[in-house]
Design a binder for this molecule. Structure first.
Ligand code: ADE
Length: 418
């Protein structure tokens, strides 16, 4: 079996971590049991480009239990948990191509190693697999039934491809399921981003000015957690509706050029590029701590920062210092890559449980639908989304009420008014 990982001897550590994560993934475990019996993915070759974490290991095991032949590469050079990669190779004979800290060439050669397995289904986190197929590996397209996409950034890329008429197989936007973005993006990103910033810096959040760039689901989660830890939260936005929502949620909203002057911590979660630029770095206070938790490392203009400062080196794990001409220092976390996975362990298992349940069931859905789907981006079917919410509540031992026949009738009628 072909694979490329850091060190196979880490496999036992990986096993312990995956066992621990599994305890918080009841919905995925239920799906795995059904998959073992029904084998709905039988005969499929599934190529996955995901963060190689303990939770992803559970997903890979589930897909394999469903009858698929799976292979996995990293969706970010800094997020791979090397012990998980070793675990999947040793205990499940899953070809993994991922090494934490790999350079860009290795990152893409790993993507191509997964593509060399000729996947019939793709599973992406950021759309690098799909974009590599469309730009250089088109010979694979004929055999591909479809693919799934985990993240906001990836869905935006895929919609752009569909709009340009270049998308050549159907995709399911897992990110858009309610049981994904309402929990993973908000509570998962909120907690794990705070975790990454705190692990990297060990600084007190209380009493600080914490600037959150963007106010989508991920940013909302972070603003909530920073505020909960006692920070004075400032939000920057380009969308008037979101900016208004941030104001009414109780945060100060201002221009990034104003926020740059007062922030102690900055974190971008916008999905766009060069959100914090040279002119903003130049205004920052001495000691400002700057991170990104958006998918790609394009949100901070680090090249611009390098032009106006001297790199003073790695201060401690995950922190690089940059000295401006007048002596002020700015600290960048995790090289501007998503700090929740670079400096911490990503979202907790309990939210990934729902995200990856959506992944597994969307893969099953794509196979069921076969060639009947068009080459566009689909949402996760509503019944899958609702089932996942129901199963998650059940696993938490929480019961909810049902409508009485009278209430149901009332909701379906228009005659009854005041
Ligand atoms: N994305 C964010 N957190 C993650 C995790 N724990 N595993 C896989 N993908 C993730």
């Amino acid at each position: 079996m072909d694979f490329d990982i850091k060190d196979i001897s880490l496999a036992d550590k990986g096993k312990k971590s995956v066992d621990w994560a599994n305890k918080s993934m009841p919905v995925l475990n239920m799906i795995k049991k059904r998959f073992e019996d029904e084998k709905p993915l039988k005969g499929m070759r599934l190529g996955a480009c995901l963060h190689v974490t303990t939770e992803t290991a559970s997903l890979m095991e589930t897909l394999k239990a469903g009858g698929a032949t799976v292979s996995l590469c990293a969706s970010n050079p800094l997020s791979t948990q090397d012990y998980v990669a070793a675990y999947l190779v040793k205990y499940h004979e899953i070809p993994v191509f991922a090494i934490n800290g790999e350079d860009t060439d290795t990152y893409y050669s790993h993507i191509n190693s997964v593509l060399d397995t000729r996947p019939t289904l793709t599973m992406d986190d950021g759309a690098d697999l799909v974009s590599t197929i469309h730009s250089g590996r088109q010979e694979l397209i004929e055999e591909i039934v479809g693919g799934t996409e985990e993240t906001t950034t990836g869905v935006i890329r895929l919609r752009a491809m569909a709009q340009d008429g270049v998308l050549r197989f159907p995709l399911v936007a897992v990110n858009d399921a309610n049981t994904k973005h309402m929990f993973d993006n908000r509570y998962g990103t909120g907690q794990s981003t705070m975790d990454g910033i705190i692990r990297a810096t060990n600084r007190l959040i209380a009493g600080s000015i914490f600037v959150v760039c963007g106010y989508g689901w991920c940013s909302k989660g972070l603003a909530m957690r920073a505020s909960g830890l006692g920070a004075n939260v400032v939000v920057t936005e380009v969308n008037p509706l979101r900016a208004l929502e941030a104001v009414m949620d109780g945060y100060r909203v201002m221009l990034i050029s104003e926020a740059a002057e007062i922030g102690d911590f900055f974190c971008t979660l916008t999905g766009d590029m060069n959100v914090i630029r040279k002119e903003h770095f130049l205004k920052m206070k001495d000691g400002a701590i700057v991170a990104n938790s958006g998918h790609f490392n394009v949100e901070l203009d680090i090249d611009g920062l390098k032009e106006i400062s001297a790199h003073t080196g790695r201060i401690r794990d995950f922190i690089d210092g940059y000295k401006l001409e007048d002596g002020r220092c700015i600290y960048i976390l995790g090289e501007g890559r998503l700090v929740n996975l670079a400096a911490a362990e990503g979202h907790p298992s309990s939210v990934m449980d729902m995200s990856f349940a959506n992944q597994a069931l969307s893969a099953e859905y794509l196979i069921k639908m076969g060639k009947s789907l068009e080459n566009i981006v689909y949402g996760v079917p509503e019944d899958i989304d609702n089932d996942i919410a129901r199963l998650k509540l059940e696993s938490m031992g929480i019961k909810i009420d049902t409508l009485t026949p009278e209430q149901e009738k009332y909701l379906n009628s228009w005659e009854m008014g005041t």
